[in-house]
Design a protein around this ligand. Structure first.
Ligand SMILES: Cc1cc2nc3c(=O)[nH]c(=O)nc-3n(C[C@H](O)[C@H](O)[C@H](O)COP(=O)(O)O)c2cc1C
Length: 379
């Protein structure tokens, strides 16, 4: 792993080791992928301010987020089907995050269930919730997250309907999934992946299959999921979730100042400024473009997190400078997972941490609290 010196190296190995359909599922954005590209392009445009001859010995990337002490201001984002990128992927990613001292978020759409992950790791993790039409199921899911001692509930609010990803349809990653000959040939050339995933115990949506005993078949399950996303979802449902979940609530998927102001009144502890990694509304602004106005509007009332395009410590530095308390990483850690399992995720986190640390030194700051718009040279 030491020869993997940047996230791009992990990505290259990930592309080599994981079947094309799952790589495409990870890399794709919705429709023309304008927002997916904007997330990266707008981050790269932000220039950091080089400062010299400040004593930067003894600096630290440590920070506090929602009352938790973190080794760096980063959390692993919820990523559906992580266990298809690597056998037991959710467990590997959670272990790596916890060893590195940062939170891991388990997706509703995970392969390993809440209980699988809780049994395999030492500390509490965060659970991401999609609200589905079957509210009885949602209530049960929240109870399961509480029983597993999850330390925050991350309610995703930007997926009432699903943005189309062309490559998923072309690859047969549709709902229900289609197995095509091309996919099978590709899988045959990825033996390490096949050994982990196909020989593994867990191959379906762990959080759902357990709840509906009749639905062990992945095709039936996928169809159920597609029908269950709820276009009627509203702020009233956020109130309802809040009444069921006594712990910290994070609203993920806010990209508008007006929505952020409403979110701040719900009693949520944090929001994540996010466009779902460019997978939902194509043509929406990049996450980083919307971070400063949202942080200005509500940063004093709740903790503002950010995701969308983070591929380096420099990117994380840019987000912190523009008002984020912490970033979330999606694809960057999935590249690490596909490239090398738990060690690969650990390496992805380490790379971002080391880059953040060096960038802090070269910008003349020694603590996360000092990172603000003064470290930006040009927007
Ligand atoms: C393959 C994939 C699956 C995702 N699944 C979920 C999910 O189940 N729940 C959710 O809230 N967000 C999901 N997201 C969005 C991520 O949590 C996060 O917002 C996004 O990946 C951040 O952008 P980045 O990948 O550029 O870091 C997914 C993203 C990807 C790439």
């Amino acid at each position: 792993m030491k020869t993997m010196t940047c996230i791009a190296d992990l990505r290259q190995t990930y592309h080599r080791k994981v079947p094309r359909a799952f790589v495409d599922y990870c890399e794709s954005g919705s429709y023309a992928e304008e927002t997916l590209r904007a997330n990266r392009a707008d981050l790269e445009r932000i220039k950091l301010r080089q400062r010299i001859l400040h004593d930067v010995a003894g600096r630290s990337t440590r920070t506090a987020l929602l009352g938790e002490q973190l080794a760096l201001p980063l959390a692993l984002a919820p990523v559906g089907l992580t266990g298809m990128q690597h056998g037991d992927g959710e467990i590997h990613a959670c272990r790596a995050a916890q060893a590195a001292g940062i939170p891991y978020t388990l997706s509703t759409m995970s392969i390993c269930s809440i209980e699988d992950v809780a049994a395999a790791v030492a500390k509490p993790f965060w659970f991401q919730l999609y609200v589905m039409k079957d509210r009885g199921y949602i209530r049960a899911l929240i109870e399961r997250a509480a029983a597993a001692k999850c330390s925050a509930l991350v309610l995703t609010v930007d997926l009432q309907v699903i943005g189309q990803r062309h490559r998923d349809i072309k690859n047969g990653m549709t709902v229900p999934p289609e197995i095509r000959l091309g996919n099978l040939v590709d899988i045959a050339t990825k033996p390490a992946w096949a050994l982990g995933v196909l020989r593994g115990r867990r191959k379906t949506f762990g959080n759902i299959a357990g709840h509906y005993p009749g639905m062990s078949n992945v095709t039936v399950l996928s169809k159920w999921i597609a029908e269950q996303f709820d276009p009627t979802l509203s702020w009233k449902d956020v109130e309802w979730i809040k009444s069921l979940w006594p712990g910290k609530l994070i609203l993920k998927g806010i990209l508008d100042v007006e929505d952020a102001r409403i979110a701040a009144k719900t009693g949520a502890a944090a929001i994540v400024v996010s466009n779902h990694g460019g997978r939902q509304l194509d043509g929406a602004a990049s996450s980083i473009a919307m971070l400063p106005p949202i942080a200005d509007a509500v940063g004093a009332e709740l903790e503002v997190m950010f995701d969308g395009g983070i591929r380096s410590g420099q990117d994380l530095m840019r987000a912190l400078a523009l008002g984020a308390r912490a970033g979330m990483s999606g694809r960057a850690y999935i590249y690490g997972l596909g490239a090398g399992g738990e060690a690969g995720v650990a390496r992805a986190i380490e790379i971002i941490k080391n880059e953040l640390d060096t960038s802090m030194a070269l910008c003349g700051v020694t603590s996360i609290g000092e990172i603000n718009r003064r470290v930006i040279a040009a927007l």
